[in-house]
Design a protein around this ligand. Structure first.
Ligand SMILES: *[C@@H]1O[C@H](CO)[C@@H](O)[C@H](O)[C@H]1NC(C)=O
Ligand SMILES: *[C@@H]1O[C@H](CO)[C@@H](O)[C@H](O)[C@H]1NC(C)=O
Ligand SMILES: *[C@@H]1O[C@H](CO)[C@@H](O)[C@H](O)[C@H]1NC(C)=O
Ligand SMILES: [Zn+2]
Length: 522
C-alpha cells in the first residue's frame, strides 16, 4: 500500500537516508577498527632471520673512551663557520684538515683508503672493497657549521666543547660533526682491527653544506660522475631518533629521511614613477607590493597531506600511537583530510601538510618625503613532495594576480625523489637492522626532511638517498639545531661511533634475505 501524502513520503525518505548514513558510518568504523587492531603484527619480524654479518664488535676501555670523546671535543673547538656562499673561515677549515689527519692516522695511511681533497677543503675517501662486483655506497657528512655567538644565551661558549651534566655543548655537536667524527672514528677502529670491507664505499665530507654545498658537494658529485661511479645508495645527515617529540606516540621513533622538500626563492618587485610625498598617487610601489605579499600570506598553498612520504611515516608509526590517535593513523584513507587540518594549525607540523610560503626580505624607500619608485620582496618556499616547482610558480602568479608585480624565480628545485623503504630496499633495511640491533625499543619509519642536505647533489648517481643518524632528540632538542645550546651527550656520541662501526660491516651483506611475506601491505 502506498501513501501518497507528501508529508509521509518525506519522512520515509528521511528514514532511508538516515539508515544509509548509519550503515555507512558503521561499515567505515568496522573497517577502520579492524585495520587498527590488525596493525601491530607485521613490522620488523623479518629481522630475526638475518645472518649476523658483523664479526667485529667494538669493545673499548675507559681510557680509549676518554680519548675518542677528546678527539670529538677538539673537532668542536675548530670554528669551521660558513658565513655566506662566498665567505667561510678557510683558516679553520685548514685547521680541521690537520686535526683529521692527526686524529685518524690509520685512515690516512691505510693502503685500503684513497684520500683526496675536493675544492681545496672537502674530503673524499674511497675505501676499497675485496669484492669489486658489489656496488659501492657513499656516507656523507659536513664539517662546516652555522655561526654561533655566546651572546645569544648559550650556557657554555659555542666553540668550547664544555661538558655539562654529561653533555658536550657546542656548535656542530649534532649538525654535523658528530657524523664527520663518528664515521672516521669507526673506520679508524675497523682498520686497526684488521677489517677489510667486501663492499667498497666512499666517505664525503663537505665544507660548505650550510651555504648550499656549491663548492664541496657539487664538486664531489661531479668528480664521481666523471669517473662513472654508480652508488647503491647514499647516507647523509637529516633525521634522528625522536623520543617524546611526536605527541601521542608511545616510545622512540627513528625516522630515516627518504626525501627532501623542494625549495624556491622568488623575488617580487614593483616599479612605479617616483614622486614627492606632498602629491602622492593613490597607490605607491610599497602599497602594491604589500598587498601582493598579503595575498600570498592569506592564501596558503593547497593542503597536500597524505600525498607525499609523510603518509608512510604515519602508517609505519600507527601501531605505536595511543588511542584514539592510533585509530586515526591506521586509517589515513579516511582521516587524512581531517588530520591535515589539525596538523596545519602548528608551524612545525604545517610544514608536512603543504608547500610553505615565507616572506623573508622586504625592501623599499630611502627618504621620508620621497615616494619610492621601486619596492622588492623575497619569498622563500619549501615545496611539498606532491608539488612541482612550476606548479608552485603558477599558483604564485594566480594569487598575486597583479600585472604591476613582477615575479622572478631566483633559484629553485623540485622536491627530491622518494627513496625506497620496502623490504627489498637494501640501504633502508640495513640501516633499520643496525638501529634495531642497538636500540630494540625504537620503531623505525621512513620520514621526510623539510630542510635540505648535501645529498641532493648526488641524485643522479643513485636511486636511493637516506638521511639519518642515531642522534637522540628529546623534547626541546630540535630547537637546538641551528639554535642555542646545541649539544650531544657523551653516551650518544659513543653510540654513533658504534653505529657506524656496525653499519659499515652490515653493508658487506651481499643481498637482503628473501622477504617471507608482503608484510608492508597497509
Ligand atoms: C665473518 O666470519 C666468517 C666465519 O666466522 C667468515 O667467513 C667471514 O669472512 C667473516 N666476515 C668478515 C667481514 O670478516
Ligand atoms: C677562524 O678560525 C680561526 C681558527 O683557525 C679562529 O682563530 C678565528 O677566530 C676564526 N675567525 C672567525 C671570524 O670566526
Ligand atoms: C682552491 O685554491 C686555489 C689556490 O688558493 C684557488 O685558486 C682556487 O680558486 C680554490 N678553489 C676553490 C674551489 O675554492
Ligand atoms: Zn647539517
Amino acid at each position: 500500500m502506498t501513501d501518497s501524502r507528501p508529508g509521509i513520503r518525506i519522512i520515509r525518505w528521511l528514514k532511508i537516508i538516515v539508515s544509509v548514513v548509519f550503515a555507512t558510518v558503521f561499515l567505515l568504523f568496522t573497517i577502520a577498527s579492524i585495520r587498527t587492531l590488525s596493525l601491530d603484527v607485521n613490522i620488523g619480524l623479518q629481522l630475526a632471520r638475518w645472518e649476523k654479518t658483523n664479526n667485529l664488535s667494538l669493545v673499548l676501555d675507559g681510557a680509549q673512551r676518554e680519548a675518542l670523546v677528546a678527539r670529538f671535543k677538539d673537532a668542536i673547538r675548530v670554528p669551521t663557520v660558513s658565513f655566506s656562499e662566498t665567505h667561510s673561515n678557510t683558516s679553520a677549515l685548514l685547521d680541521f684538515d690537520t686535526l683529521l689527519r692527526r686524529a685518524f692516522p690509520t685512515v690516512f695511511s691505510s693502503s685500503l683508503v684513497q684520500h683526496e681533497l675536493v675544492a681545496n677543503y672537502s674530503h673524499l675517501f674511497w675505501v676499497r672493497g675485496s669484492q669489486p662486483d658489489l656496488e659501492p655506497y657513499l656516507l656523507l657528512a659536513h664539517m662546516d657549521v652555522v655561526p654561533a655567538s655566546e651572546a645569544d644565551g648559550w650556557d657554555a661558549p659555542p666553540f668550547s666543547a664544555q661538558e655539562i651534566d654529561g653533555f658536550i655543548y657546542g656548535r656542530g655537536t649534532i649538525d654535523d660533526k658528530c657524523a664527520v667524527m663518528g664515521i672516521l672514528q669507526a673506520l679508524e677502529y675497523l682498520l686497526i682491527r684488521g677489517y677489510a670491507p667486501r663492499r667498497g664505499f666512499y666517505i664525503g665530507l663537505g665544507h660548505d653544506e650550510e651555504v648550499s654545498g656549491y663548492n664541496g658537494a657539487v664538486n664531489m658529485a661531479r668528480l664521481l660522475k666523471q669517473r662513472g661511479v654508480q652508488l647503491l645508495f647514499v647516507l647523509d645527515e637529516g633525521l634522528a631518533i625522536l623520543d617524546g617529540v611526536i605527541s601521542g606516540l608511545d616510545g622512540p621513533a627513528a625516522l630515516i629521511g627518504v626525501s627532501e622538500k623542494g625549495a624556491a626563492t622568488v623575488k617580487l618587485s614593483v616599479s612605479t614613477a617616483p614622486g614627492h610625498s606632498s602629491m602622492p598617487p593613490r597607490e605607491t610601489s610599497i602599497g602594491i607590493l604589500a598587498a601582493a605579499v598579503k595575498r600570498l600570506e592569506d592564501n596558503p598553498m593547497p593542503r597536500l597531506f597524505g600525498r607525499g612520504p609523510e603518509r608512510a611515516t604515519f602508517q609505519h608509526l600507527a601501531h605505536k600511537f595511543r588511542l584514539p590517535l592510533k585509530f586515526v593513523m591506521s586509517n589515513l584513507w579516511l582521516f587524512s583530510p581531517l588530520l591535515g587540518r589539525v596538523l596545519e594549525m602548528k608551524p612545525e607540523t604545517n610544514a608536512f601538510v603543504r608547500t610553505t610560503t615565507a616572506v623573508t626580505i622586504f625592501n623599499s624607500g630611502v627618504k621620508v618625503n620621497v615616494i619610492p619608485s621601486y619596492a622588492e620582496a623575497y619569498v622563500n618556499l619549501r615545496i611539498h613532495s606532491a608539488h612541482l616547482l612550476q606548479e608552485v610558480l603558477d599558483l604564485i602568479h594566480l594569487t598575486v594576480a597583479d600585472q604591476r608585480v613582477k615575479i622572478d624565480l631566483v633559484q629553485g628545485f623540485d622536491p627530491l625523489p622518494v627513496s625506497s623503504a620496502d623490504e627489498k630496499s637494501f640501504g633502508f633495511q640495513i640501516i633499520k637492522k643496525t638501529v634495531l640491533d642497538m636500540f630494540p625499543t625504537v620503531t623505525v619509519a621512513p620520514g621526510i626532511c623539510v630542510g635540505n642536505t648535501d645529498s641532493r647533489n648526488f641524485k643522479d648517481l643513485t636511486r636511493d638517498i637516506y638521511r639519518f643518524a642515531p642522534v637522540w632528540f628529546k623534547p626541546g632538542d630540535p630547537q637546538r639545531f641551528h639554535g642555542i645550546n646545541e649539544r650531544i651527550s657523551k653516551k650518544n656520541y659513543e653510540e654513533l661511533v658504534v653505529f657506524y662501526f656496525n653499519l659499515i660491516q652490515n653493508f658487506d651483506l651481499q643481498q637482503l634475505p628473501e622477504p617471507h611475506s608482503s608484510v608492508h601491505e597497509l
